[in-house]
Write a new protein. Structure first.
Length: 332
């Protein structure tokens, strides 16, 4: 569970041992926190890579696990978890996909990422139809009157993408400064100066609803004045916040919202369930990608022993082992 760097590397380490994996992640794309929050952020502490962009790291990991053909279930949050007889586990996602697993590895980072919602009375009734936290289909927004909330890259990117397609577009951000790429901010400001769109420094105040239909939104400026904005669709990009989610209800030992594991197997309090990366805790824990890779390597051997307790384990090196070469698809 989890398609961040540690989850993807866990697939690699399991694959070297001949163990296949299904990867489940609540986000619609692989990469976890790296890809979602800072895809262009440089990382300097990955061995042998003096500098590596976060998205670049994810792309390299995806390339590395290709020989093992993992099945990725993206946009799925696991909502059911139950131990079965003979030490296996039943899991089911919110999308209705069920799994019968011999072992479970939780590599959920700091939890699943949930969008920060617009805190206005009545908003919930329109979420998914008139209020959106992600753009699923840009085509459905063409010809619409749009109000976009936010000041980060997502808000600015969609502002620039939809500007020529929407009937009208207004951007609302709580501060004068933006967190998006300076080039994107400059382009947006040029469009504002040319009268192609409007931009307000304000906060959402209340929804404009008439006969049960959303007609727009009231915004409140720093001086307290309230102004109505007509809109058919509201796009809200207030960022994401981590949530431990259903994992907290699975009966696993927790310490400050992290899963307690041992440092030999990185197994949780429930045999057959392992945790690697930022989701786990143990004495001396350091929340580094490097540490998560180490944890994944040791967890893979522990998983192999858990699944095949009678099988002798041999440490084989990818540089010299014919079996490793075969599994990696290395030519003879």
């Amino acid at each position: 569970m989890g398609a961040g760097p540690c989850g993807l590397f866990q697939v690699f380490e399991l694959g070297l041992l001949g163990i296949g994996a299904h990867v489940v992640d609540s986000l619609a794309h692989p990469g976890g926190q790296c890809a979602e929050l800072y895809p262009d952020k440089p990382i300097y502490d990955i061995p042998a890579l003096p500098v590596c962009g976060a998205q670049e790291l994810v792309d390299r990991l995806l390339q590395q696990i290709k020989p093992f053909k993992p099945q990725l279930h993206l946009g799925h949050e696991v909502v059911e978890f139950a131990p079965r007889e003979a030490g296996r586990f039943h899991l089911r996602s919110a999308g209705g996909v069920s799994f019968d697993a011999g072992c479970v590895v939780i590599a959920a980072g700091v939890g699943s990422f949930q969008p920060r919602r617009i805190a206005l009375p009545g908003a919930e009734a329109f979420e998914g139809t008139r209020i959106h936290y992600r753009v699923k289909s840009a085509a459905e927004l063409e010809g619409k009157r749009l109000v976009i909330f936010g000041g980060g890259d997502s808000a600015l990117d969609w502002t620039l993408e939809l500007l020529g397609k929407a009937t009208s577009l207004t951007l609302v951000h709580r501060r004068h400064e933006f967190r998006a790429a300076p080039a994107s901010v400059a382009r947006m400001q040029q469009h504002v100066a040319a009268g192609r769109m409007r931009c307000f420094q304000a906060l959402p105040h209340s929804l404009l609803v008439e006969d049960g239909a959303l007609r727009g939104v009231n915004i409140r400026a720093p001086d307290g004045t309230v102004e109505p904005l007509e809109a058919e669709q509201l796009l809200v990009f207030f960022g994401l916040h981590p949530k431990l989610g259903p994992i907290a209800e699975w009966g696993l030992a927790l310490e400050r919202k992290a899963l307690e594991v041992d440092t030999e197997k990185f197994q949780t309090s429930l045999p057959g369930v392992f945790a690697v990366g930022d989701i786990n805790t143990y004495p001396g824990k350091k929340k580094l990608i490097l540490s998560g890779f180490h944890e994944a390597a040791l967890a893979a051997f522990a998983i192999q022993h858990h699944l095949y307790p009678q099988k002798k384990q041999f440490l084989q090196y990818t540089t010299t082992s014919p079996l490793m070469h075969q599994r990696l698809g290395v030519p003879d």
